[in-house]
Design a protein around this ligand. Structure first.
Ligand SMILES: [Mg+2]
Length: 216
């Protein structure tokens, strides 16, 4: 009998190698909106955030609100970038193929974005029917809502769920949900992911970590 009820994958930065593209677009759009933001600043502040959270954080700095078409412009540019050359994170397809437990994806992106990303890299079929978006809940990461929603939908107990995340807000969300969290520090500095149960930087290490941290 498998030890985990459910393995929950974040999408951006964990399944698909999208973060440099997405944060380049975000930094450019914020800069054009009169809020100069570099790629590095965007990665540091917004990694793992829904667009609703990005807008809230930016507007909390003061000044005029972001333009009403900010979200639409962002998705148009990111989707074009995805179609032009999005890749899976190296090694993750093999990890998924080897899982003997239920698994799903739970992402701060819209359903449209998750589906396009997974389709482009050939992973959508593996996650068919097991795609959860921040669109599905009131509060996105770092609130626990999205992970708890995914667990309920898959009839999994929180203490028998493990989350694979690459952002501090995602690690915080998993913690708040009472789940184990394994943090992927490929682009994110490991120091920012220390709240996780373990930090790794190569997908080849994930199967052993899943086994080592499995509940009794
Ligand atoms: Mg991520």
């Amino acid at each position: 009998m498998p030890a985990w009820d459910l393995v929950i994958f974040d999408s951006d930065g964990v399944l698909v190698d999208s973060e440099v593209l997405a944060n380049t677009v975000l930094g450019d759009l914020l800069t054009r909106a009169g809020r100069p933001t570099t790629l590095e600043q965007s990665m540091e502040r917004f990694l793992g955030s829904s667009l609703a959270r990005v807008r809230r954080l930016v507007e909390s700095d003061g000044g005029p609100p972001l333009p009403p078409d900010f979200e639409a412009d962002y998705e148009t540019a990111v989707f074009a970038g995805f179609r032009a050359g999005l890749r899976a994170v190296p090694g993750v397809a093999g990890v998924i193929a080897g899982l003997d437990t239920d698994f799903c994806v739970a992402s701060s992106g819209s359903h449209e974005r998750i589906r396009l990303a997974l389709t482009t890299v050939g992973l959508l079929a593996a996650f068919d029917g097991a795609v959860f978006s921040a669109d599905d809940v009131e509060r996105g990461k770092p609130a626990p809502d999205l992970f708890l929603h995914a667990a309920a939908a898959r009839r999994a107990r929180a203490e028998r769920c493990v989350v694979i995340e690459d952002s501090p807000s995602g690690v915080a969300a998993a913690r708040a949900a009472g789940m184990t969290v394994l943090a992927f520090a490929r682009l994110t500095p490991a120091a920012r992911l220390q709240a996780a149960d373990a930090v790794f930087d190569d997908m080849a290490a994930l199967p052993a970590l899943l086994a080592a941290h499995a509940p009794a």
